[in-house]
Write a protein that binds this ligand. Sequence first.
Ligand code: ATP
Length: 887
Amino acid sequence: MVLLLETDPHRGLSDGEAVQRLERFGPNALPVAARSNLLLRMARQFHHPLIYVLLVAGVVTAGLQEYADSAVIFGVVVLNAVVGFIQESKAESALEGLRSMVRTRAKVVREGREHGVPSEDLVPGDLVMLESGDKVPADLRLVRVTELRVNESALTGESAPAHKDAVVLPEATPVADRRNMVYSGTLVTGGHGAGIAVATGAETELGEIHRLVGAAETLTTPLTAKLAWFSKVLTIAILGLAAVTFAVGLLRQQDAIETFTAAIALAVGAIPEGLPAAVTITLAIGVARMARRRAVIRRLPAVETLGSTTVICTDKTGTLTENQMTVQAIWTPDVMVEVTGTGYAPEGVLQNHDGDNVSLAANAALRWTLVAGVGCNDAAITHDDKRWNVVGDPTEGAMLVVAAKAGVNPERFAAGTPRVAAIPFSSERQYMATLHRDGDDHVVLAKGAVERMLELCSLQMGADGTLRPLDCSAVLCAADLLAARGLRVLATGVRSGVGPGELTEDSLRGSLAFTGLQAMLDPPRPAARSAVAACHAAGIAVKMITGDHVATATAIATNVGLLDADEPRPGDVLVGTDLAELAADEFPDAVDEAKLFARVSPEQKLRLVQALQARGQVVAMTGDGVNDAPALRQASVGVAMGRSGTEVAKDAADMVLTDDDFATIEAAVEEGRAVFDNLTKFITWTLPTNIGEGLVILAAIAFGSALPILPTQILWINMTTAIALGLMLAFEPKEAGIMTRPPRDPDQPLLTRGLVVRILLVSTLLVASAWWLFEWEVNRGASVEVARTAALNLFVVVEAFYLFSCRSLTRSAIRVGVFSNRWIVLGVAAQVIAQLAITYLPAMNDVFDTAPIGVPAWMRIFAVAAVVSLAVATDKMLRRVIPVLRR
Ligand code: ATP
């Protein structure tokens, strides 16, 4: 399709045109391919070895004119598919819901003004602005670029950044060489630019690839893969065993139909068919719970890893603190000024230590400190709904507010001294500088971290405006004093009377006059202290990694309980320069010891993660900038900030915090532990039934006696209990004390030795009691149907009792409380109705070959269930009191 974009390369589309085009071209989103083909998804549910066995069994039983059995088998096949289908859909929609939680926003110019819009609202012809850290929202033909570099690995697999240009290229240029194009889904790693959207949604190159591969979201994690493999191997082994059984039976000249039935019973009973689906649904429920607590999982394996996290490395600004900056003090070489008022409202005054208001006219250094804060600034303060807000960097917002309190007007400054060039702030550079035209001259303004600014200054300004040689130590001393109050300190510098020329980092060095320090408060988040304490109680070390000054960082770290104010240890705090000097062999130990890393550059973060991992730690690491991406990728769980983070960081992360709050990481770890618990509980609950059923059948075959339980009955048990009982464990609330035990060793198998013993104990009790009950009923003269019904009910009742035992793997069922998970109570009620129906309804009796049983039989069944519960309770108690048994 040839499309004339009809766009003004400077003013963009009109709002009306954008609305019309959105209607015409549809939203800029990829179609959800995998969900569309319902039939195919349903058909996939039948692709399972067990289903094949059942289908063969169904056909054979129909051939033998056992129509009731055949109907049951086919019924189970269909029911199983429907349940699998529903579970899979639920899990997938849980994951899909997450995608919409981390919305990408795009910056477009429409009618000459720049707006932030959801990237779905982009239309062909839109003029899109790009800067470092953005995800390219559509396929764009570039019209302007400055040093634009793009990581196109999402499309080409090439991870080295591609340099882009706005040149005109011949029409035949292959896609890979089109330097004047950027493609949807790729990441801007440096520079900035503007481009016009030429393709959106499915029409983009990414849309093309998406269409080719179907891009179905997989629900696999290392654990699910391992379990799926385990069930597959087990299935094959059991099918083999069933085939051998059948063959041996025939050789022994036993009745072919009976032997066939026994082999089928063995297969359906012993194969844990519900396991992979249950694991997936438990993971999906965990993901949904995390999302409710504002932690959005981007890569499913992170759910598992979170539960075994041993170290959390966190940023300071915005994660442990509110990122709500207010300048509280200004220091110039002649005076210390305190500023009143909080937040972004420009209400407050500047006072000297006698409480008198200070006048800017009397102090040139103070005036220039405020002017530098205003001119060298990309933020804006807005007022709406009676609230003052900052658009842009809060550090810069605070500087605008303090200037307004002192009567310095940003618009008037910008009109009189327009900006002509800038060196933007970056975490590596730690300062920002701007060049302004001032009449016939130019003036340079700069602001940044104190140490960096001192490298740029050789002079300092006095109150009368005269310049003197810089007194470095006085500045550093004042900065330390302010930082020790927990304030973030920025220095400012100026140089007037500059010629036009270029603004470069080299030309700045040693050329500025220092004017003063602005010190701002960024209060710790209210929940940070308790979240740090919770992590410590859970055996998780918390380390702060910040670009800020060591004294500011120390004050905040002490405030949130990360550093012990009473007992500081020498190795607790490391500064970026210390790290650079550490020898390779000292590095891991020193990093493992330290709790606070200050003035750290993003590149050093990667080394920190690697060092911690070399010490066997499972590291969760936060990040927000482009340069944090390698560390986020390397970390066991990379955590990006949803609000302040760049798209590049989000793309590299395993989890995104929608509220940027440290407490959310702690919440996610807690949920991660709960997911693991619930998985273990489900497996511990389900395996004894499979083992029990399998062994009962094997024993019957080995002794050549009647089957205590028929294949259709086994199908009944497995289907009904998996749905009504087992699935309810996925909704199990977190256990008390989940955050007071140490992190799980990631290498530890899912089932500890103790749990394997418990599973074997319950399996043995099940086999023995089912066998005993069946024999008892037969010996006292009951019909084989009655004996089988008793055995069937025994399995179900024991499973229901054991379900309550499995709600906690360590605490006794009574302490957990019977009614604390209402899903389980509902499930048990449903199961009771089902059991009464299969035992007493004549129609069900006909279909399942069951028969009504009397009160004494029920009493024996409940006695057995009580014995099993008691045995499990004793096992738990022994493990609680004898530590060696706990492993
Ligand atoms: P973290 O979020 O990791 O705790 P941070 O936000 O404090 O770190 P950076 O944003 O990298 O770290 O800032 C490092 C230093 O750069 C700050 O201590 C400050 O002195 C200075 N700085 C921060 N923002 C600006 C800015 N907009 N302009 C100039 N200098 C800045």
